[in-house]
Design a protein around this ligand. Structure first.
Ligand code: RB5
Length: 146
């Protein structure tokens, strides 16, 4: 599995910790930046990871900014992206099982490293359940075509 990771200046250390965690699970990690700690604009990285997911360059994306909010909003503007902000594992799991999310976002200023790893593990272990949930996800994606 190939996972793309993107972040702003507030989340460089968190990105490094998460990258090590993913690699330790045998996952290939593609870094879309930033690796700079000077103030930058999170939409750039949200869009880059969003486009990479939709094109198939990566299987899934992880986005981290201060809160996870801005960077996920940017990713969600890319057609085909379903990005979710999670601060706990339950929503992360359900976002995959019911909503088939393809990007997980969280805030480096909101969750600690160990909780972040737990959220990621729960998200990755879950599978989309399809059925009635597919009907609803299809309805969400049809909104993009209107
Ligand atoms: C940057 O200061 C901060 O606004 C950003 O990391 C993020 O929290 C935005 O949603």
């Amino acid at each position: 599995m190939r996972i793309g990771i993107g972040n702003d200046h507030s989340a460089v250390d968190m990105k490094d910790e998460v990258t090590e965690h993913l690699k330790s699970k045998g996952i290939e990690v593609i870094n879309y930046g930033t690796d700079e700690r000077s103030s930058c604009n999170y939409p750039e990285y949200g869009e880059a990871v969003g486009r990479a997911v939709v094109s198939g360059e990566i299987d899934l994306g992880i986005l981290i900014c201060g809160t996870g909010v801005g960077i996920s909003l940017a990713a969600n503007k890319v057609k085909g992206v379903r990005a979710v902000v999670c601060s706990e594992p339950y929503s992360a799991r359900l976002s995959r099982q019911h909503n088939n999310t393809n990007i997980l976002a969280f805030g480096a200023r909101v969750v600690g490293v160990e909780l972040a790893k737990m959220i990621i593990d729960e998200w990755l272990a879950a599978e989309f359940m399809g059925g009635r949930h597919k009907t609803r996800v299809d309805m969400i994606m049809e909104i993009e075509q209107k």
